[in-house]
Design a protein around this ligand. Structure first.
Ligand code: UFG
Length: 328
Protein backbone atom coordinates (compact mmCIF):
# COMPACT_ATOMS: atom_id res chain seq x y z
CA UNK A 1 0.00 0.00 0.00
CA UNK A 2 1.40 3.40 -0.92
CA UNK A 3 1.25 6.27 1.52
CA UNK A 4 0.34 9.91 1.00
CA UNK A 5 1.19 12.45 3.67
CA UNK A 6 -1.40 15.22 3.45
CA UNK A 7 -0.52 18.52 5.10
CA UNK A 8 -3.65 20.57 5.72
CA UNK A 9 -5.83 17.47 5.41
CA UNK A 10 -8.25 18.91 7.99
CA UNK A 11 -9.13 21.83 5.71
CA UNK A 12 -11.66 22.29 2.94
CA UNK A 13 -9.85 21.08 -0.19
CA UNK A 14 -7.45 18.86 1.78
CA UNK A 15 -10.23 16.83 3.41
CA UNK A 16 -11.94 16.12 0.09
CA UNK A 17 -8.61 15.04 -1.40
CA UNK A 18 -8.03 12.68 1.55
CA UNK A 19 -11.29 11.00 0.64
CA UNK A 20 -10.24 10.67 -3.01
CA UNK A 21 -6.84 9.22 -2.01
CA UNK A 22 -8.32 6.79 0.53
CA UNK A 23 -10.96 5.57 -1.90
CA UNK A 24 -8.24 4.88 -4.45
CA UNK A 25 -6.50 2.61 -1.92
CA UNK A 26 -3.75 4.85 -0.56
CA UNK A 27 -2.87 5.03 3.12
CA UNK A 28 -3.50 8.62 4.16
CA UNK A 29 -1.78 10.41 7.04
CA UNK A 30 -2.79 14.00 7.79
CA UNK A 31 -0.39 16.59 9.22
CA UNK A 32 -2.31 19.63 10.46
CA UNK A 33 -2.09 22.13 13.33
CA UNK A 34 -5.90 22.55 13.37
CA UNK A 35 -5.43 26.35 13.37
CA UNK A 36 -8.03 26.71 10.63
CA UNK A 37 -8.68 23.03 10.03
CA UNK A 38 -11.17 20.78 11.77
CA UNK A 39 -10.52 17.55 13.63
CA UNK A 40 -13.90 16.10 12.61
CA UNK A 41 -13.00 16.52 8.92
CA UNK A 42 -10.06 14.10 9.34
CA UNK A 43 -12.00 10.97 8.42
CA UNK A 44 -9.82 9.14 5.96
CA UNK A 45 -6.54 8.64 7.79
CA UNK A 46 -4.61 9.23 11.00
CA UNK A 47 -3.88 12.73 12.23
CA UNK A 48 -0.48 13.98 13.31
CA UNK A 49 -1.03 17.32 15.01
CA UNK A 50 1.84 19.64 14.22
CA UNK A 51 2.82 23.01 12.84
CA UNK A 52 4.58 23.58 9.54
CA UNK A 53 6.78 26.22 11.14
CA UNK A 54 8.17 23.64 13.55
CA UNK A 55 10.76 22.24 11.16
CA UNK A 56 11.80 19.49 13.61
CA UNK A 57 8.21 18.27 13.95
CA UNK A 58 7.75 18.28 10.17
CA UNK A 59 11.00 16.30 9.85
CA UNK A 60 9.86 13.76 12.46
CA UNK A 61 6.50 13.32 10.70
CA UNK A 62 8.09 12.72 7.29
CA UNK A 63 10.63 10.31 8.80
CA UNK A 64 7.92 8.36 10.64
CA UNK A 65 5.37 8.21 7.80
CA UNK A 66 7.87 7.59 4.95
CA UNK A 67 5.41 8.89 2.34
CA UNK A 68 5.56 7.90 -1.30
CA UNK A 69 3.95 11.25 -2.11
CA UNK A 70 3.43 14.41 -0.08
CA UNK A 71 0.30 16.43 -0.92
CA UNK A 72 0.72 19.91 0.53
CA UNK A 73 -2.45 21.89 1.25
CA UNK A 74 -1.71 23.55 4.58
CA UNK A 75 -1.81 27.29 3.98
CA UNK A 76 -3.62 30.51 4.83
CA UNK A 77 -6.02 31.50 2.06
CA UNK A 78 -7.65 34.88 2.72
CA UNK A 79 -6.60 37.40 0.09
CA UNK A 80 -7.64 40.43 2.20
CA UNK A 81 -5.82 39.18 5.29
CA UNK A 82 -2.70 38.60 3.21
CA UNK A 83 -2.68 42.32 2.37
CA UNK A 84 -3.07 43.47 5.98
CA UNK A 85 -0.79 40.80 7.49
CA UNK A 86 1.61 39.53 4.79
CA UNK A 87 4.11 38.17 7.33
CA UNK A 88 1.74 35.37 8.32
CA UNK A 89 1.36 34.42 4.67
CA UNK A 90 5.05 34.33 3.82
CA UNK A 91 5.69 32.36 7.03
CA UNK A 92 2.93 29.74 6.73
CA UNK A 93 2.68 29.47 2.98
CA UNK A 94 6.24 29.98 1.74
CA UNK A 95 8.44 29.03 4.70
CA UNK A 96 5.99 26.27 5.70
CA UNK A 97 6.31 24.67 2.25
CA UNK A 98 10.09 25.08 2.40
CA UNK A 99 10.16 23.15 5.70
CA UNK A 100 8.19 20.33 4.09
CA UNK A 101 10.49 20.21 1.06
CA UNK A 102 13.59 20.14 3.26
CA UNK A 103 12.12 17.36 5.42
CA UNK A 104 11.41 15.39 2.25
CA UNK A 105 14.94 15.92 0.98
CA UNK A 106 16.41 14.75 4.28
CA UNK A 107 14.30 11.58 4.11
CA UNK A 108 14.69 10.68 0.45
CA UNK A 109 11.13 11.65 -0.58
CA UNK A 110 10.81 13.49 -3.85
CA UNK A 111 7.20 13.44 -5.11
CA UNK A 112 5.14 16.50 -4.24
CA UNK A 113 1.64 17.70 -5.04
CA UNK A 114 1.13 21.38 -4.39
CA UNK A 115 -2.06 23.29 -3.81
CA UNK A 116 -1.41 26.35 -5.94
CA UNK A 117 -3.81 28.99 -7.17
CA UNK A 118 -5.06 31.09 -10.04
CA UNK A 119 -4.07 34.03 -7.83
CA UNK A 120 -0.50 33.51 -9.08
CA UNK A 121 -1.55 34.98 -12.44
CA UNK A 122 -2.74 38.33 -11.12
CA UNK A 123 -4.87 40.24 -13.63
CA UNK A 124 -4.96 38.07 -16.74
CA UNK A 125 -4.01 39.49 -20.13
CA UNK A 126 -5.74 36.59 -21.84
CA UNK A 127 -8.67 34.28 -20.99
CA UNK A 128 -8.98 31.32 -20.87
CA UNK A 129 -5.66 31.50 -19.00
CA UNK A 130 -3.02 28.99 -20.16
CA UNK A 131 -0.35 27.75 -17.72
CA UNK A 132 2.40 29.68 -19.51
CA UNK A 133 0.57 32.98 -18.99
CA UNK A 134 2.83 35.50 -17.16
CA UNK A 135 2.52 35.28 -13.37
CA UNK A 136 2.41 38.59 -11.55
CA UNK A 137 0.20 38.28 -8.44
CA UNK A 138 -1.67 41.32 -7.11
CA UNK A 139 -1.62 40.29 -3.44
CA UNK A 140 0.76 38.64 -0.94
CA UNK A 141 -1.37 35.46 -0.94
CA UNK A 142 -0.60 34.94 -4.63
CA UNK A 143 3.08 35.79 -4.12
CA UNK A 144 3.39 33.42 -1.16
CA UNK A 145 2.18 30.57 -3.39
CA UNK A 146 4.19 31.62 -6.44
CA UNK A 147 7.37 31.47 -4.34
CA UNK A 148 6.65 27.82 -3.66
CA UNK A 149 6.18 27.16 -7.37
CA UNK A 150 9.64 28.66 -7.91
CA UNK A 151 11.12 26.43 -5.19
CA UNK A 152 9.57 23.39 -6.84
CA UNK A 153 11.10 24.17 -10.21
CA UNK A 154 14.52 24.59 -8.57
CA UNK A 155 14.20 21.47 -6.38
CA UNK A 156 13.28 19.50 -9.49
CA UNK A 157 16.38 20.67 -11.33
CA UNK A 158 18.82 20.34 -8.46
CA UNK A 159 17.50 17.47 -6.36
CA UNK A 160 15.43 15.37 -8.76
CA UNK A 161 12.03 16.21 -7.25
CA UNK A 162 8.97 15.64 -9.38
CA UNK A 163 5.89 17.68 -8.60
CA UNK A 164 2.41 18.58 -9.74
CA UNK A 165 1.56 22.18 -8.88
CA UNK A 166 -2.20 22.43 -9.26
CA UNK A 167 -3.52 25.95 -9.75
CA UNK A 168 -7.10 25.95 -8.54
CA UNK A 169 -9.57 28.44 -9.88
CA UNK A 170 -12.66 28.84 -7.63
CA UNK A 171 -12.99 25.74 -5.46
CA UNK A 172 -16.65 25.27 -4.55
CA UNK A 173 -19.32 22.75 -3.57
CA UNK A 174 -19.18 19.95 -1.02
CA UNK A 175 -18.81 16.20 -0.90
CA UNK A 176 -21.94 14.70 -2.57
CA UNK A 177 -22.20 12.15 0.30
CA UNK A 178 -22.24 14.97 2.86
CA UNK A 179 -19.04 13.78 4.56
CA UNK A 180 -17.06 17.03 4.10
CA UNK A 181 -17.59 20.61 3.01
CA UNK A 182 -16.59 24.22 3.38
CA UNK A 183 -16.25 25.61 6.91
CA UNK A 184 -14.39 28.92 6.84
CA UNK A 185 -14.52 31.31 9.76
CA UNK A 186 -15.06 33.99 8.67
CA UNK A 187 -16.63 32.96 5.37
CA UNK A 188 -15.74 35.23 2.46
CA UNK A 189 -16.63 33.10 -0.58
CA UNK A 190 -19.55 33.93 -2.76
CA UNK A 191 -21.48 30.65 -2.83
CA UNK A 192 -21.67 30.01 0.94
CA UNK A 193 -22.46 33.68 1.53
CA UNK A 194 -25.24 33.71 -1.06
CA UNK A 195 -26.66 30.52 0.48
CA UNK A 196 -26.57 32.30 3.86
CA UNK A 197 -28.47 35.21 2.31
CA UNK A 198 -31.18 32.83 1.11
CA UNK A 199 -31.61 31.35 4.61
CA UNK A 200 -31.41 34.30 6.97
CA UNK A 201 -33.30 37.55 7.34
CA UNK A 202 -30.43 39.14 9.27
CA UNK A 203 -27.85 38.67 6.52
CA UNK A 204 -28.20 40.38 3.17
CA UNK A 205 -26.13 39.15 0.24
CA UNK A 206 -24.21 41.89 -1.59
CA UNK A 207 -22.98 41.67 -5.16
CA UNK A 208 -19.60 43.41 -5.29
CA UNK A 209 -20.04 45.57 -8.39
CA UNK A 210 -22.29 45.28 -11.43
CA UNK A 211 -20.36 47.62 -13.73
CA UNK A 212 -17.66 45.21 -14.95
CA UNK A 213 -17.20 44.60 -18.66
CA UNK A 214 -18.90 41.18 -18.58
CA UNK A 215 -22.19 39.78 -19.93
CA UNK A 216 -24.28 41.06 -17.01
CA UNK A 217 -21.83 43.47 -15.37
CA UNK A 218 -20.82 41.13 -12.52
CA UNK A 219 -17.53 39.22 -12.17
CA UNK A 220 -17.01 35.93 -13.98
CA UNK A 221 -15.25 33.07 -12.17
CA UNK A 222 -14.48 29.47 -13.07
CA UNK A 223 -16.09 27.41 -10.28
CA UNK A 224 -14.73 23.89 -9.92
CA UNK A 225 -16.30 21.29 -7.64
CA UNK A 226 -14.07 20.24 -4.77
CA UNK A 227 -14.78 16.56 -5.58
CA UNK A 228 -13.35 17.17 -9.05
CA UNK A 229 -10.30 18.72 -7.36
CA UNK A 230 -10.01 15.53 -5.30
CA UNK A 231 -10.03 13.45 -8.46
CA UNK A 232 -7.34 15.67 -10.03
CA UNK A 233 -5.10 15.14 -6.99
CA UNK A 234 -5.61 11.39 -7.16
CA UNK A 235 -4.65 11.44 -10.84
CA UNK A 236 -1.63 13.63 -10.07
CA UNK A 237 -0.46 11.12 -7.45
CA UNK A 238 -0.84 8.28 -9.92
CA UNK A 239 1.02 10.26 -12.57
CA UNK A 240 3.98 11.02 -10.29
CA UNK A 241 4.15 7.46 -8.95
CA UNK A 242 4.19 6.12 -12.51
CA UNK A 243 7.26 8.26 -13.20
CA UNK A 244 5.41 11.11 -14.94
CA UNK A 245 7.20 14.41 -15.44
CA UNK A 246 4.63 16.49 -13.55
CA UNK A 247 4.59 20.26 -13.91
CA UNK A 248 2.08 23.08 -13.52
CA UNK A 249 -1.61 22.47 -14.17
CA UNK A 250 -4.69 24.68 -14.09
CA UNK A 251 -7.72 23.14 -12.43
CA UNK A 252 -10.86 24.82 -13.70
CA UNK A 253 -13.67 23.87 -16.02
CA UNK A 254 -12.88 26.29 -18.83
CA UNK A 255 -16.30 27.93 -18.32
CA UNK A 256 -17.27 30.92 -16.24
CA UNK A 257 -20.33 31.98 -14.28
CA UNK A 258 -21.20 35.51 -13.19
CA UNK A 259 -22.14 36.43 -9.64
CA UNK A 260 -25.72 37.08 -10.80
CA UNK A 261 -25.85 33.64 -12.40
CA UNK A 262 -24.70 32.12 -9.11
CA UNK A 263 -27.42 34.01 -7.24
CA UNK A 264 -30.06 32.86 -9.76
CA UNK A 265 -28.82 29.26 -9.48
CA UNK A 266 -29.24 29.40 -5.71
CA UNK A 267 -32.87 30.47 -6.11
CA UNK A 268 -33.49 27.82 -8.77
CA UNK A 269 -31.81 24.92 -6.97
CA UNK A 270 -32.99 25.62 -3.42
CA UNK A 271 -36.40 27.07 -4.23
CA UNK A 272 -35.69 29.91 -1.76
CA UNK A 273 -35.58 33.63 -2.52
CA UNK A 274 -32.22 35.36 -2.45
CA UNK A 275 -32.65 39.10 -1.80
CA UNK A 276 -29.57 41.00 -3.03
CA UNK A 277 -28.01 44.42 -2.86
CA UNK A 278 -25.57 45.83 -5.37
CA UNK A 279 -22.52 47.18 -3.56
CA UNK A 280 -19.24 48.70 -4.69
CA UNK A 281 -16.50 46.63 -6.30
CA UNK A 282 -14.21 44.73 -3.94
CA UNK A 283 -10.57 45.86 -4.23
CA UNK A 284 -8.42 43.62 -6.40
CA UNK A 285 -11.18 41.63 -8.15
CA UNK A 286 -10.28 40.94 -11.81
CA UNK A 287 -13.43 40.99 -14.01
CA UNK A 288 -12.91 37.52 -15.51
CA UNK A 289 -10.90 34.45 -14.42
CA UNK A 290 -11.32 31.32 -16.54
CA UNK A 291 -8.88 28.41 -16.82
CA UNK A 292 -7.60 26.73 -19.89
CA UNK A 293 -7.61 23.14 -18.63
CA UNK A 294 -6.24 21.36 -21.69
CA UNK A 295 -3.03 20.37 -19.95
CA UNK A 296 -4.77 18.67 -17.00
CA UNK A 297 -7.09 16.88 -19.41
CA UNK A 298 -4.31 15.67 -21.69
CA UNK A 299 -1.52 14.88 -19.25
CA UNK A 300 -3.42 13.83 -16.12
CA UNK A 301 -6.51 12.50 -17.90
CA UNK A 302 -8.72 14.75 -15.76
CA UNK A 303 -12.32 15.53 -16.67
CA UNK A 304 -14.45 17.52 -14.23
CA UNK A 305 -17.77 15.71 -13.81
CA UNK A 306 -19.37 17.44 -10.80
CA UNK A 307 -18.76 21.07 -11.69
CA UNK A 308 -22.06 22.23 -13.16
CA UNK A 309 -23.21 25.29 -11.21
CA UNK A 310 -26.35 23.43 -10.18
CA UNK A 311 -24.44 20.50 -8.67
CA UNK A 312 -22.01 22.85 -6.94
CA UNK A 313 -24.88 24.83 -5.44
CA UNK A 314 -26.93 21.75 -4.51
CA UNK A 315 -24.04 20.08 -2.65
CA UNK A 316 -22.98 23.34 -0.95
CA UNK A 317 -26.58 23.91 0.15
CA UNK A 318 -26.95 20.37 1.52
CA UNK A 319 -23.71 20.79 3.48
CA UNK A 320 -24.85 24.16 4.86
CA UNK A 321 -28.12 22.65 6.08
CA UNK A 322 -26.21 19.82 7.75
CA UNK A 323 -23.81 22.32 9.33
CA UNK A 324 -26.83 24.21 10.64
CA UNK A 325 -27.81 21.09 12.58
CA UNK A 326 -24.23 20.75 13.90
CA UNK A 327 -24.19 24.37 15.09
CA UNK A 328 -27.61 23.90 16.66
N1 UFG B 1 -18.54 38.19 -4.36
C1 UFG B 1 -19.70 38.94 -4.21
N2 UFG B 1 -20.28 38.98 -2.98
C2 UFG B 1 -19.78 38.32 -1.90
C3 UFG B 1 -18.59 37.55 -2.06
C4 UFG B 1 -18.00 37.52 -3.30
O1 UFG B 1 -20.20 39.55 -5.16
O2 UFG B 1 -20.36 38.43 -0.81
C5 UFG B 1 -17.92 38.11 -5.69
C6 UFG B 1 -16.48 38.55 -5.72
O3 UFG B 1 -16.39 39.95 -5.88
C7 UFG B 1 -15.95 37.78 -6.92
C8 UFG B 1 -16.77 36.48 -6.91
O4 UFG B 1 -17.91 36.76 -6.10
O5 UFG B 1 -16.25 38.46 -8.09
C9 UFG B 1 -16.01 35.31 -6.29
O6 UFG B 1 -15.50 35.72 -5.03
P1 UFG B 1 -14.88 34.69 -3.98
O7 UFG B 1 -14.45 35.51 -2.80
O8 UFG B 1 -15.82 33.58 -3.76
O9 UFG B 1 -13.64 34.10 -4.75
P2 UFG B 1 -12.39 34.86 -5.39
O10 UFG B 1 -12.54 34.74 -6.87
O11 UFG B 1 -12.15 36.20 -4.85
O12 UFG B 1 -11.26 33.98 -4.75
C10 UFG B 1 -10.78 32.83 -5.34
C11 UFG B 1 -10.20 31.89 -4.29
C12 UFG B 1 -9.01 32.51 -3.64
C13 UFG B 1 -8.05 32.96 -4.70
C14 UFG B 1 -8.74 33.91 -5.63
C15 UFG B 1 -7.84 34.50 -6.66
O13 UFG B 1 -11.16 31.57 -3.34
O14 UFG B 1 -8.39 31.59 -2.79
O15 UFG B 1 -9.81 33.20 -6.24
O16 UFG B 1 -7.87 33.87 -7.86
F1 UFG B 1 -7.00 33.60 -4.16
Amino acid sequence: MQTILVTGGAGYVGSHCCKAFARAGYRVVVYDNLYRGWRDLVKWGDLIEGDLLDADAVGRAVAAVKPDVVAHFAALTYVGESVSDPGQYYANNSLGAFNVLEAMRANGCSKFIFSSTAATYGVPKQVPIPEDHPQWPINPYGWSKLMVERMLADYATAYGFTFAALRYFNAAGADPDGEAGERHEPETHVIPLAIEGSLRDDYRFTIFGDDFDTRDGTCVRDYVHVTDLGEAHRLAAEHLLAGGAGGFFNLGTGEGATVKEIADAIERVTGRKLPRTIGPRRAGDPPVLIASNTRAREILGWTPTHSSIDEIVATANAWRLKEGERRG
